[in-house]
Write a protein that binds this ligand. Structure first.
Ligand code: HEC
Length: 159
């Protein structure tokens, strides 16, 4: 293994600790390309879990489509919350009645990203990974904001 001079090591660690928006070195930034890469390659979401009270394919409401699955990573699943822990991700696959995948909507909890609205980074992807809209779309926030006491999460009740 290559040796890294100690001063650089200390600098990197300090920079990571000081940077509020980079909560974990192994997590993507609040950026649609980085997040897509993370959920499809680094930690493929299909290997994640479902909420205990929302398993597998479920009927859904507008605007998300008639059927969906919601995958959650460990940081979400193991949250005693609400609020969930930083680094929590929910990936929702949205299907047509014919069970054709239409869109992938994601909520990613990023420390310091948007404190007034629960620090969620929102993305609507096409099945191919093109993001529109993303960031802090008022549509996502208004609707999910009806569940602000549940950290903007609709499909899961924390016990
Ligand atoms: C008109 C209201 C509405 C809007 C706008 C909306 N959602 Fe949702 N969302 C819901 C409902 C209702 C659910 C529960 C599942 C279902 O019925 O499909 C949900 C569930 C989700 C979930 C699963 C986790 C959870 O909260 O339960 C994600 C992820 C999600 N939405 C992301 C988004 C994103 C990203 C946007 C914006 C691009 C968005 N939503 C816009 C109503 C909305």
């Amino acid at each position: 293994m290559k040796k890294v001079p100690i001063t650089i090591g200390v600098f990197v660690v300090t920079a990571c600790l000081l940077s509020g928006s980079v909560a974990f070195a192994d997590m993507p930034g609040a950026n649609p390309e980085e997040l897509w890469n993370y959920i499809t390659k680094v930690s493929p979401y299909k290997e994640w879990s479902f909420w205990p009270d929302h398993q597998g394919m479920q009927p859904g409401r507008a605007p998300h489509g008639p059927l969906h699955k919601v995958y959650v990573n460990d940081r979400a699943l193991k949250s005693p919350g609400p609020p969930v822990q930083y680094g929590a991700i929910e990936v929702k696959e949205n299907y047509s009645k014919e069970k054709e995948l239409k869109a992938i909507t994601v909520m990613y909890k990023v420390n310091g990203y948007n404190p007034v609205d629960g620090d969620w980074f929102w993305v609507n992807y096409t099945p191919e990974g093109e993001a529109e809209p993303f960031g802090k779309p008022s549509g996502c926030i208004l609707c999910h904001g009806t569940r602000v006491d549940n950290d903007f999460i609709i499909v899961h009740e924390f016990k």
